[in-house]
Design a protein around this ligand. Structure first.
Ligand code: NAD
Length: 476
């Protein structure tokens, strides 16, 4: 607890704290103890941030690609130097294992390095015109961005929210989750220490609804970027409509995993079980509904439950822990409700199903089998360490179940049949599909969903272009 940092907002380059502001108590989910007090913005703070963001944009839109690349590369270097400290604080405030938190720092390092290169490739084009005429298409930064990042990737989400706007020449006001502020502040601080002007990127915290209403109503803001639940995403999208803001929305999912009889079942299990339990299942692309061909159902379900049941649950700072606690008190409550409802409706509980220990928010890796479609967990994003394993008769039934829900973020399939792989890639409604792999993200790959999982992408060239607008100039 002792080395958890003092918390502040960062407005116009200044650390803002105290002054009679309301505070939010930050809790270590492994112990339930309060580890810090976070100042929350009042309307005057938000107005100062908006003024600074307008100034920051006026300056940064004129910056050279080399200047942006210098900041992003410098921040990447600083994040690497500070990796251990940043990762430890992320574990203290969010709960995931230290190994996962360290990888999260590397994810941001990779993304900043990618955007340091990509910002030098914001090309336009010249159209073919008769002599004496000229038409050019250019891409300009969209303007100040209001960005909202959730608590599940306390380092990675702020990295995504900051990297692309900065590369594009925008300014950004980040409101990261109040549960995990130190991680977000560390990412921003690395950028500022690398030379980013203080009015280009800022961090505020507050009562989420107050902050989003205030920022999105301001004429300064030109884009909303939000990662979080579909219900909040829809609400913010409605607010964004009033000022016709550009939007990038990365919302909920309910990832189907189609497992066919011809798959390498042992390799699939060795890969998907740790992927399911990563970050205690609190991942938007977490696999949730395992749809298994009847011929291999028993083998898959038994193998899954054995591996999940053997997973060591503990404080993320304990090197022996393979899965940490859930991030906040709301999550085990949701698990109790969803699992209780499923078993009451006839689902079989193969392992887990209960909280672990008597302090913190630990929950056992859980496997439910033969879960009826009417159960809430078959329809609501579980966002926890619970796998649903259901038998299905054939490919058509599996695809129909995969596409049944309004979500379309990540989907996975395990099959050795190349023709089937192509059919699945075409027919499954999802923004990202992993065939015989769970590796579906990378700095150079667009990350985003379809249907109720949102629109627009982060990462890759697409993430940068989401922060640009197109301008065409015709000269006679
Ligand atoms: P929630 O739906 O209230 O909050 C989700 C996120 O949105 C949080 O970061 C929160 O601070 C933010 N938020 C909430 N209301 C807001 C508002 N009016 N304006 C701006 N931001 C707002 O609930 P929660 O308990 O934090 O999370 C529960 C659910 O959210 C999960 O079950 C999961 O479905 C979803 N979630 C998704 C992601 C993701 O990566 N897509 C991340 C975290 C949570």
């Amino acid at each position: 607890m002792s080395d958890y940092p003092a918390l502040s907002m960062i407005i116009a380059g200044e650390h803002v704290t105290g002054g009679g502001r309301r505070t939010h108590a930050v809790v270590n989910p492994a112990t339930g103890e309060v580890i810090g007090h976070l100042p929350l913005a009042d309307p005057a703070d938000l107005d100062r941030a908006l003024d600074a963001a307008a100034r920051g944009f006026a300056r940064w839109r004129r910056s050279s690609a080399a200047e942006r690349a210098h900041v992003l590369e410098g921040a990447a270097r600083l994040l690497l130097e500070r990796q251990d400290m940043i990762a430890r604080n992320a574990v203290r405030e969010q709960g995931k294992t230290l190994a996962e938190a360290r990888v999260e720092v590397l994810m941001v390092v990779g993304l900043f390095r990618f955007y340091a290169g990509e910002c030098q490739r914001i090309y336009g084009r010249t159209l073919v015109r008769p002599a004496g005429q000229r038409s050019t298409v250019t891409h300009a930064p969209v303007g100040p961005v209001a960005a909202f990042a959730p608590w599940n990737f306390p380092i990675g989400n702020p990295g995504r929210k900051l990297g692309a706007p900065i590369a594009a020449g925008c300014s950004v006001i980040l409101k990261s989750a109040e549960e995990t502020p130190a991680s977000a502040l560390a990412v921003l601080q690395a950028l500022l220490d690398a030379g980013l002007p203080g009015d280009v990127a800022q961090a505020v915290f507050g009562v989420p609804d107050e902050v989003s209403r205030h920022l999105l109503a301001s004429p300064v803001i030109r884009k909303l970027s939000f990662t979080g639940s579909t219900v909040v995403g829809k609400h913010l999208a409605r607010l964004a409509t009033d000022n016709m803001l550009r939007t990038t929305l990365e919302l909920g999912g309910h990832g189907p995993v189609l497992v066919f009889g011809d798959a390498d079942i042992e390799r699939a299990l060795d890969t998907v079980v740790p992927h399911k339990l990563r970050n205690a299942g609190q991942v938007c692309v977490s696999p949730t509904r395992f749809l298994v061909e009847e011929s291999v159902f028993d083998r898959f379900a038994t193998g899954f439950a054995a591996r999940a049941g053997a997973t060591r649950v503990g404080d993320g700072l304990d090197p022996a822990a393979q899965m940490g606690p859930m991030a906040n008190a709301r999550r085990p409550e949701a698990m109790d409700r969803l699992i209780g409802d499923a078993t009451a409706q006839g689902a079989r509980l193969l392992t887990g199903g209960a909280r672990v220990g008597n302090h913190g928010y630990f929950f056992a890796p859980t496997v439910l089998a033969q879960v009826p479609q009417s159960a809430a967990i078959m329809n609501e994003e579980p966002f926890g360490p619970v796998a649903i394993i259901n038998p299905l008769p054939d490919e058509a039934a599996m695809i129909a179940e995969a596409n049944r829900l309004p979500y379309g973020l990540a989907a996975y399939a395990w099959t050795e049949d190349a023709r089937r792989q192509r059919r699945l890639a075409e027919d499954i409604e999802a923004g990202m599909i992993g065939l015989n792999t769970t590796m579906i993200a990378g700095a150079d790959a667009p990350f985003g969903g379809v249907k109720w999982s949102g629109h627009g992408a982060e990462d890759g060239p697409e993430g940068l272009h989401a922060c640009l607008v197109t301008k065409t100039v015709h000269e006679g």
